[in-house]
Design a protein. Sequence first.
Length: 185
Amino acid sequence: MIKTSLPEVKLIKTRRYADDRGFFAEIYSHRVYAALGISDIFVQDNHSVSEQTGTLRGLHFQVPPHAQGKLVRCGRGSIFDVAVDIRRGSPTYGSWVGYELTAENGHQLYIPSGFAHGFQTLKPDSEIVYKCTQYYASEAEGAVRWDDPDIKINWPLNDISVLSEKDMAAPFLAALDSPFAWDGV
């Protein structure tokens, strides 16, 4: 595990065991992740494919009581995965971290609830697979603008080829009445 500048967000380097057939990797074990400080119970797995390089999805979250923590990995291709702290009162409020997750490196990013999540595809036909701590609830959807000037995410590709209308219309952080509060820990 690699510590990030947002202490609650964790980058996990998965061990791979390779031979002439390919590789084997254990991508999740509750016991192992609990020892790393991730004791969440995951209840839903999602699989997303983005066909075009430069596709951007996010920055998304779900509000309580449906708030989701996520464990994200890239099954094929390459993505730049981002977490943004949206917890009121947090010393890192509005700060972000981003990491390249690829099929080759096998890294995973753990993003707890209270953080907005988004990614940009760096290769065509990129697959994103992620575990969630709560079930999807459309009425609980929330978002923050991907290009918010207060957050200043340094997306690797300037050409955003695909972006949903919903993401284009997301509010800026300054207009967000965040449902999340930092617990002081």
